[in-house]
Design a protein around this ligand. Structure first.
Ligand SMILES: Cc1cc2nc3c(=O)[nH]c(=O)nc-3n(C[C@H](O)[C@H](O)[C@H](O)COP(=O)(O)OP(=O)(O)OC[C@H]3O[C@@H](n4cnc5c(N)ncnc54)[C@H](O)[C@@H]3O)c2cc1C
Length: 136
């Protein structure tokens, strides 16, 4: 699967999702769709113009790294637009990621750390810049 397949939803992209082999091992198939659709699918439009993301995207597409997707929170499932986790921009340009309480916890079983098994996650959060809330 290439970035172009994901971005343009090519026939190869649909063939993968419609292949009935997915029914043979639903857990594996779910992880593959999280990797390709949710994690890489979120990154692809940004990686097109921002070269710093391309290496990570390449690792995701080759399954060299396990990619997870952390949108929903314990207290915010289908109402994910009200998620509580914040990403506060610091003066040096880095971000302070904070889940303020239990209802803001993002707990996806495949995102648990496993020694020697590289993982990355796309984390959705409320963006705070200079004290101003700028949305998710
Ligand atoms: C196989 C699978 C994998 C997943 N993987 C991920 C993942 O990797 N990352 C991720 O971020 N999320 C993932 N999710 C989604 C997430 O974890 C939640 O399951 C999903 O968002 C539903 O949230 P909830 O269970 O809290 O349900 P709720 O939001 O509590 O909704 C339950 C039910 O309450 C009712 N309801 C809720 N809100 C309203 C409303 N405003 N008005 C009327 N009725 C309402 C509806 O009937 C709804 O069906 C996954 C889900 C599945 C099924």
């Amino acid at each position: 699967m290439t970035a172009a397949d994901i971005l343009r939803c090519t026939p190869r992209f649909w063939e993968f999702h419609l292949d009935s082999i997915g029914a043979a091992d639903v857990a594996t198939f779910t992880l593959m769709t999280i990797q390709i659709n949710l994690a890489a699918g979120t990154l692809v439009p940004f990686a097109e113009n921002q070269l710093q993301y391309q290496k990570l995207l390449d690792q995701m597409l080759k399954f060299e790294i396990s990619a997870q997707y952390m949108l929903t929170e314990v207290g915010h499932g289908l109402d994910a637009k009200n998620l509580e986790t914040t990403a506060t921009m610091l003066p040096n340009g880095e971000f302070d990621l904070n889940s303020p309480g239990l209802s803001a916890a993002k707990i996806m079983p495949p995102s648990f750390p496993v020694q020697g098994f590289p993982r990355v996650a796309v984390v959705f959060a409320q963006l705070i810049v200079s004290g101003e809330s700028r949305g998710i």
